[in-house]
Design a binder for this molecule. Structure first.
Ligand code: ADP
Length: 447
């Protein structure tokens, strides 16, 4: 087992990783920008290294600074968390070249899944169902028009290097295709430095359902059930739950077997998530995330496993201590992402936390680096906390979540807590009756 792990991240996820390390008897090294000197992950870590000024490109994305920090402190592994360098194959390779373990998949698998066209090709060859679409990049408008006709409108133009819902445009007809095609390419180029796009059938009313996977270096692969992440705003997840209200155990078992077999054939290692759209009883693969995800706690709450602990054990070469048959999915869990934002306009709301009180009690978990007197810096993602609640049934979970949301006090800045309080009282959400478009419609943002 490792003796010292460097955590190449910030905020709640850095804290989350620190906690798993401490429970394994591992020393932790936090890295931080000058804006994060007072952050909780820095305060709690055994050691900390300042790696640069506030902009992420100079600190949390600064590969050389992070690897130097690991070398200087004698860390034997690096956990990248999510975001930042977590899906950067070059970083993973550099880490390993320095004789440090990367707590994640191989650089080759990160690169493969980071190119969404290559990822889809791989999944098709592994027997995983995908959204119908182009079988490679679409490099000119004529081909796009031909494909539009073949696939049938509406179609979606997507960026091969995409992420965070950027570089995606819908075309409802051939006449809309030119603008969508050019728009998607321009946005992809501007955001990812890569304007390669591909085309997919645009599904009208899917749910977003993803499978959590774990694979060790001894050929064992398990799935830990699914998460329903259909509640999205601008293709960004707002609230997640497990299990999905739309799946039964037969469907879960069938899809679970397909994804386990695929990752076995691929020789994948560590944690990963296969994301699907689910519509009219069919699954369609859209992408694979080769890292821990923001919403991993809902899976932990229903399966009783610590995913970060498993990631660390796997990276140290240990075989998983359980098989698929041992995995028991119990009860129901929901996560609310709490952002430092105006709950109506979603304008960022950084600043001083004047008052802070977290909810507690049975089945309630708060993953956050917030504390009273902390100043939320304006430089990073606005998610500042995750409230995760577990209950024996979906209804119990929902009742508990509402009371926990009512107890939660974050004073001094604006947060999306009021949105979650309303959302968890809306009839469609209570009924579990929603698709990926529902939230924006309910908020009056979309027809
Ligand atoms: P990103 O990597 O930018 O997050 P994804 O491929 O994961 O992109 O898609 C993000 C979201 O966009 C999905 O959760 C879904 O809401 C929507 N989406 C993606 N592909 C399609 C599709 N073919 N039809 C309808 N909606 C889609």
């Amino acid at each position: 087992m490792f003796e010292k792990v460097l955590i190449a991240n910030r905020g709640e996820i850095a804290l989350r990783i620190h906690r798993a390390c401490k429970e394994l008897g591992i020393h932790t090294v936090a890295v931080h920008s000058t804006a994060d000197a007072d952050a909780m992950h820095v305060r709690l870590a055994d050691e900390s290294v300042c790696i640069g000024p506030p902009p992420a490109r100079d600190s949390y994305l600064n590969k050389a600074a992070i690897i130097s920090a690991a070398v200087i402190t004698g860390a034997d592994a690096i956990h990248p968390g999510y975001g930042f360098l977590s899906e950067n194959a070059d970083f993973a390779r550099m880490v390993e070249d320095h004789g440090i373990a990367f707590i994640g998949p191989t650089p080759e698998h990160i690169a493969m899944m980071g190119d969404k066209i290559e990822a889809k090709r791989a999944m098709i060859s592994l027997g995983v169902p995908c959204v119908p679409g182009s079988d490679g990049p679409v490099t000119d408008l004529e081909t796009a028009l031909k494909l539009g006709k073949e696939i049938g409108y509406p179609v979606l133009i997507k960026a091969a290097g995409g992420g965070g819902g950027k570089g995606m445009r819908v075309a409802n007809s051939a006449s809309e295709l030119e603008e969508a095609y050019r728009g998607a390419r321009a946005e992809a180029g501007a955001n990812f430095g890569n304007d390669v796009v591909y085309i997919e059938k645009y599904l009208g009313h899917p749910r977003h359902i993803e499978f959590q996977m774990l694979a060790d270096t001894h050929g064992n692969v398990v799935h830990l059930g699914e998460r329903d992440c259909s509640l999205q705003r601008k293709h960004q997840k707002v609230l997640e739950e497990s299990p999905s209200p739309a799946l039964n155990s037969a469907q879960r078992e069938k899809m679970g077997k397909i994804v386990v077999d695929a990752l076995k054939k691929l020789g994948y290692r560590n944690a990963g998530t296969l994301e699907f759209l689910y519509q009219d009883g069919e699954f369609y693969f859209i992408e694979m995330n080769t890292r821990l995800q923001v919403e991993h706690p809902v899976t932990e709450m229903v399966c009783g496993l610590d995913l970060v602990r498993e990631q660390i054990r796997i990276a140290s070469g240990a075989p998983m201590a359980f098989t698929q048959e041992d995995v028991r999915l119990q009860g129901h869990a929901i996560e609310c992402r709490v952002n430092a934002e105006n709950p109506e306009t979603f304008a960022p709301s950084p600043g001083l936390i004047a008052e802070y009180h977290t909810p507690g009690g049975l089945g309630v978990r708060v993953d956050s680096g917030l504390y009273s007197g902390y100043r939320v810096p304006p430089h990073y993602d606005s998610m500042v906390a995750k409230l995760i609640v577990h209950g024996t049934s979906r209804n119990e979970c929902l009742m508990r979540l509402r009371r926990a949301l009512d107890e939660y006090v974050v004073g001094g800045i604006q947060t999306t807590l009021p949105l979650h309080r309303r959302l968890t009282r809306s009839q469609e959400f209570i009924d579990g009756n929603y698709d990926i478009h529902w939230l924006e419609r309910w908020m009056g943002l979309k027809k």
